[in-house]
Design a protein around this ligand. Structure first.
Ligand code: DAH
Length: 338
């Protein structure tokens, strides 16, 4: 078939389809684009067309096919007969589409945001690539603190690093806003850790910060009540919190926060290593030095801050023994937690 012949065959087929009634349209569909129709036959015969003519010829055949399909669709005969039969049979089982599920880390972050939203906290955000001031200096980190070391932090030059904690978002939020401030900041953090069952070089934290003015002084008791509420909502009724004295450069006093074990209810089991308690967060009252770094007068404001590991919460909530399972994207694992 020459190109000119092909053009006139195309014109003829389109005229035929335009003139056809519903039954005739089905016959024409088979004739032109059915499995043994003339257009598939042309496509099969393409290898016999001289090489230099092949591109133009191929293009013309495809254009013909598209035009015929459009014309058939306009006549309501776009589907092939078998498909039309399937669609007409209402007793056929439906087609099954597998639905995705949310990743456990996403679920913990979203659930945390919802819990803290009920207490008036909004979500703040900050970049993963930070400067030294926000990640260390303004958080009152002494110059010789081990976390500043090249071997503990991913540095890019002298002033640029992958944030080692979500705490720099505290700094950004305070610089950009005036108290009262009530935010949580979920996000990705990085440390030069070797990855094993409980550590990963890349993990997630949720930071919390509440700062208010002198007429509404903030206390450690406020912090404890908020974290106790969070513990109950996230882990279940009956879960309590305890504070253990600790040190962070950016809080004074500082505490480590434990949840009572939700599995054994505090009696001692494998999950809590027989202690009845599970460490989940660091927290404390914002250090006056941090307020100075962000330009607040420490005699005018007070506040608390906390930071917990999202992986840690997910692991204890869902009973996941190995942190690496959270990053392997194995659907056999993820779909169980959806
Ligand atoms: N940034 C701390 C860490 O990564 C966690 C933390 C402790 C955050 C105390 C805080 C806090 O906001 O007040 O280990």
């Amino acid at each position: 078939m020459t190109l000119a012949e092909l053009e006139s065959a195309k014109e003829r087929s389109l005229a035929e389809i335009a003139a056809a009634d519903a039954a005739a349209v089905q016959t024409l569909r088979v004739k032109y684009v059915g499995r043994n129709g003339s257009i598939p036959a042309l496509i099969k015969a393409m290898k016999d067309v001289p090489k230099e003519e092949r591109p133009a010829f191929g293009k013309a055949v495809q254009a013909w096919k598209a035009a015929v399909e459009d014309a058939l669709a306009a006549k309501g005969a776009g589907q092939d007969g078998a498909q039309a039969k399937i669609d007409a049979d209402l007793t056929m089982p439906g087609r099954w589409h597998s639905l995705g599920v949310k990743h456990p880390l996403t679920k913990v972050i979203e659930e945390s945001a919802a819990i803290f939203a009920r207490l008036g906290f909004t979500v703040a955000d900050g970049p993963e690539l930070e400067n030294k001031f926000n990640n260390f200096t303004a958080l009152n980190t002494p110059v010789h603190h081990p976390s500043m070391d090249r071997s503990d932090t991913f540095w890019f030059g002298d002033d640029c690093l992958l944030r080692t904690q979500t705490s720099p978002v505290q700094i950004r939020t305070m610089i950009a806003n005036k108290p009262p401030i009530r935010v949580i900041c979920p996000g990705r953090t990085y440390r030069r850790d070797t990855t094993d069952a409980t550590h990963s070089a890349n993990f997630h934290q949720i930071e919390g910060l509440y700062v208010d003015t002198k007429d509404k002084p903030v206390s450690l008791a406020d912090l404890k009540s908020v974290l106790a509420y969070f513990a109950r909502e996230m882990m279940g009724e009956g879960v309590t919190v305890r504070f253990r004295p600790h040190f962070f450069p950016f809080t004074e006093p500082s505490v480590e926060v434990d949840f009572s074990c939700h599995v054994c209810k505090g009696k001692g089991c494998g999950v809590c290593k027989q202690s009845g308690w599970i460490e989940v967060a660091g927290a404390g009252m914002v250090d006056p030095r941090v307020f100075e770094f962000v330009g607040y007068d420490p005699s005018e404001v007070s506040g608390y801050a906390f930071g917990f590991g999202v992986e840690r919460i997910a692991m204890i909530k869902y009973g996941i023994p190995d942190i690496r399972w959270l990053y392997e994207n194995d659907l056999r694992f993820l779909s169980q937690l959806g």
